[in-house]
Ligand binder design. Structure first.
Ligand code: 7RM
Length: 651
């Protein structure tokens, strides 16, 4: 029998909601949360039906929830009809048509745009007509391969208006990745741009698109946004300019009546091996789930200027730049650039300029910015901030404290939101006006979410015992299938715990019932019979004042089975030394215990990360173990870091 995943991190700091925040919050106490949560679990149909009434329906549903456990098929609001774009736009016109929906800040300071709800509605209707003219019909797939510009949101919403299924591909992906996704979804139309801007450089997006299209069977038409004006080559008969098409179309476009369970979009997740999986999300459940999670977790207030720094090409961008906030009628800031260009205070400059009140970003961005110290932050007035959010990885207590103290001035709660592409929206997170925060802890399940942690034998894990996180019951936002491959859906998510959704993450529930995420199950390392999650060891390393970031993996060891091998990036200006190495090993040993002591430490300028900032431990593991082939590196943000890592491997 395998032991539980060891939990050694001991975080004692507590942050109850500040009175000033609580007073105005949507949910003001743990008791209030409990009441709603209990209802959502014991009378889910009643709970979700009541929430769903906040959306605009064209026809009511017949049945709130149906579930066939055998085939892993379930439906929410079966028979109901609605349209996502009219819920995100038309619904707000009467009450707040002149409210700003999108504030856009380009990478160049002078590039700015703002679209009110009325303007966004008009653009979406016009572009929906363009799509119709190009022959796009309900159920057709449209691929969106655009930089972070408002046209990305317009294109997505225009698809939903006419019932086309969008598949957004991150503009940082290569032509090979784009081609795989076009082929798998059999997209009819591709929407792209001439190019994009990143860190002061222009990139040739149209060139990438052209390369992907050389032998693509499905794409008939390409619509090109003129963004950087680089005179991109246009293929006659296939490529047209967005602005030309928009000029020659009219503005009215009725919203297509969609079934609650009609597909809304496909979003590909790379997975660790093989072909990317197309997560399929459907209309009503996804919309309701993103609407409600945004409303309560980000404590939506009419006055908010809300900024999510993710790219629309990731699920975070779909759910918390586009659908959740717009369904609520929020003002959303969208930024084209990166945190460190032209300077490492860019984020804070934007917060100050736009008076951002809610900021949602990733631990990887925070750790990168922490490397520069407090100086760049102190140059700016961040007093507009009232709430902070984190997503993408476990946030280590060190980064959490910096976020809280330096960015939030000690007054802003932090919502550490745990979820996945597959889950559609946030599943585990604090409610900021109701819960006492613990640095590094994602706290409680959202309404309707039933998490459970299993030990190695499939029994329930004890309090504070790390194990496998599953969710026992579908919620409205859960993906319905893998596009074109329902068997793969069942195998990947439902086979491990029959009839329950298996997350692939490790977690533990503490003595107060709060949930701590411990990293991917695949990344668990077994040292002398003790199973360690990567998150805690990395977090211990990062708590040393000289360390900016750490990636920890297992390497075969003749006695212990596996031992820990740590890749460590130091803060700017800290010199590498043997003494520091020993100090780090000692530091982990004292904070976590000798079992978690790395046998090897390799200093590294950068770690291999996906474009959304997740460390690819698979590559680190191959390097640490001295494997000749480190595997596929095409989805890395910067594949060149691998070479340096291999060269400096500790033998
Ligand atoms: C939203 C997103 C999903 C994986 C997930 C986790 C990790 C995300 C947190 C987190 C700890 C968090 N979708 N993850 N958020 N781990 N705390 N708050 O990231 O499909 O790209 O990734 O990300 O391992 O399974 S995703």
């Amino acid at each position: 029998m395998d032991p539980a995943i060891l939990h050694i991190q001991d975080e004692g700091r507590r942050f109850p909601p500040p009175e000033a925040f609580k007073a105005k919050a949507r949910i003001k106490s743990l008791a209030e949360y409990h009441k709603l949560y209990e209802e959502s679990i014991h009378a889910p149909e009643q709970f979700w039906a009541r929430q769903a009434k906040e959306l605009a329906w064209m026809r009511p549903w017949n049945s709130v929830f149906d579930w066939d456990k055998e085939t892993c098929r379930f439906t929410w609001f079966r028979g109901g009809k609605l349209n996502v774009s009219s819920n995100c736009l038309d619904r707000h016109l009467e009450t707040q048509g002149e409210k700003v929906a999108i504030l856009w800040q380009g990478e160049r300071e002078e590039d700015k745009r703002r679209l009110t709800y009325r303007e966004l509605h008009d653009e979406v209707c016009r572009f929906a007509n363009v799509l119709k003219k190009k022959g796009v019909q309900k159920g057709d797939r449209v691929c969106v391969y655009l930089p972070m510009i408002p046209e990305a949101v317009i294109a997505m919403l225009a698809c939903t208006r006419i019932g086309a299924i969008h598949s957004v591909v991150f503009a940082g992906f290569s032509s090979a990745a784009l081609k795989d996704r076009l082929d798998d979804s059999k997209a009819k139309v591709l929407i792209t741009a001439d190019g994009g801007r990143r860190s002061g450089k222009e990139f040739d997006l149209k060139g990438m698109a052209d390369a992907a299209l050389t032998d693509c069977q499905s794409v008939e038409q390409v619509i090109v946004v003129q963004h950087i004006k680089n005179n991109a080559a246009m293929k006659k008969g296939r490529d047209v300019y967005w602005h030309d098409e928009m000029r020659s179309t009219h503005g009215a476009c009725p919203a297509t009546e969609m079934d609650a369970e009609d597909p809304l979009f496909i979003l590909y997740t790379s997975g660790t091996t093989g072909k990317p999986k197309g997560a399929l999300h459907t209309t009503a459940g996804y919309l309701l789930y993103t609407y409600l999670t945004y409303r309560y977790i980000f404590d939506y207030s009419d006055k908010d200027i809300y900024w999510c720094t993710a790219d629309v090409g990731w699920v975070t961008g779909h759910s918390y730049i586009v659908y959740g906030p717009l369904a609520n009628g929020a003002t959303v800031l969208m930024f084209e650039g990166v945190p460190t260009y032209p300077d490492n205070d860019r984020f804070w400059q934007i917060v100050e300029n736009y008076k951002v009140s809610v900021l949602y970003t990733a631990p990887t961005a925070l750790r990168a910015l922490m490397r520069f110290g407090d100086g760049p932050v102190k140059k700016h007035d961040l007093s507009s901030l009232r709430l902070l959010g984190s997503v993408g990885e476990p946030i280590n207590p060190e980064a959490w404290m910096w976020y809280h103290t330096v960015i939030g001035g000690g007054r802003c709660p932090i919502v550490d939101t745990w979820w996945q592409t597959e889950t559609g929206g946030i599943l585990i997170s604090p409610l900021p006006g109701a819960m006492t925060l613990k640095p590094g802890c994602a706290c409680r399940p959202f309404f309707g979410v039933r998490p459970v942690v299993y030990n190695e034998e499939g029994g329930l894990a004890q309090r504070n015992e790390g194990g496998y996180l599953a969710i026992t019951h579908p919620w409205p936002g859960l993906m319905r299938t893998v596009w074109g491959n329902h068997d793969r859906y069942i195998e990947t998510y439902w086979d491990k715990y029959k009839g329950e959704y298996s997350t692939g993450d490790a977690a533990r529930v503490d003595e107060n019932g709060d949930i701590w995420l411990m990293g991917r199950v695949d990344d668990v390392i077994k040292v002398s019979g003790h199973r360690l999650g990567t998150a805690e060891v990395e977090s211990a390393l990062v708590s040393h004042p000289s360390v900016a970031e750490a990636g920890v993996v297992g390497r075969p060891h003749p006695i212990k089975g596996q031992c820990l091998y740590a890749f460590v990036t130091l803060k700017h200006g800290i010199p590498i030394s043997e003494q520091l190495k020993q100090e780090l090993i000692q530091h982990v040993s004292t904070t976590m215990g000798p079992i978690a002591k790395p046998d090897f430490i390799q200093f590294a300028e950068g770690l291999p990360k996906t474009r959304s900032g997740k460390i690819m431990r698979r590559i680190l593991k191959a390097i640490a173990s001295g494997e000749a082939d480190v595997g596929n590196t095409t989805t890395l943000a910067d594949p060149s870091v691998v070479e340096e890592l291999v060269k400096n491997r500790v033998a």
